[in-house]
Write a protein that binds this ligand. Sequence first.
Ligand SMILES: Cc1cc2nc3c(=O)[nH]c(=O)nc-3n(C[C@H](O)[C@H](O)[C@H](O)COP(=O)(O)O)c2cc1C
Length: 183
Amino acid sequence: MTILHIDSSITGEASVSRQLTQSIVNGLTRFDPAAPVVRRDLASEPIAHLTLDALADSSTLDEFLAADSVVIGAPMYNFTLPTQLKAWLDRILIAGRTFRYTADGPVGLAGGRRVIIALARGGTYNAGSPAAALEHLETYLRGAFNFIGIEPEFVAADGLNIGPKQKERSVRAALGETVRLAA
Ligand SMILES: Cc1cc2nc3c(=O)[nH]c(=O)nc-3n(C[C@H](O)[C@H](O)[C@H](O)COP(=O)(O)O)c2cc1C
């Protein structure tokens, strides 16, 4: 089982999403110690923005398709995903490789792998709350992965910038959830 471990937070050691992805990968490798782990840090080694020329390079897509489990750290920046992670997704959502259009609509081609996404958000965006309409991180990622035939699993640490107590509670609960997800 090959694991692809992707982080996109710009906050380094202080990052909550990085803490969560590491915990998930630790859990997965505990169950399968021989599993190769491919590491992709999109903050320290960003993928260039998409250009027509860049589409000829399928190395990011090939790496994704070679993975059985993909663990992604996704912090919320300005109500959505970091541009570093969007640049990665731009190399993954490729017609003819991960989806195709048919007379009955688009069909996902990338199913059969597990995608686990660790979200970290400063605020809270629960359904019905005033900020719910600004949630373009989880909704975007779910939609994008569904489009290519994958139902992603999420673990979320929310309200991280509300205060230290809330942050501690939220991180503890999310770390607990990572253990359950990896099992
Ligand atoms: C540039 C920047 C923009 C942010 N924008 C938002 C935002 O729109 N909504 C929100 O809830 N939190 C926002 N935050 C807070 C982060 O989501 C929060 O700090 C989270 O912990 C980031 O994940 P990380 O700890 O893995 O870096 C922002 C943080 C940064 C650094």
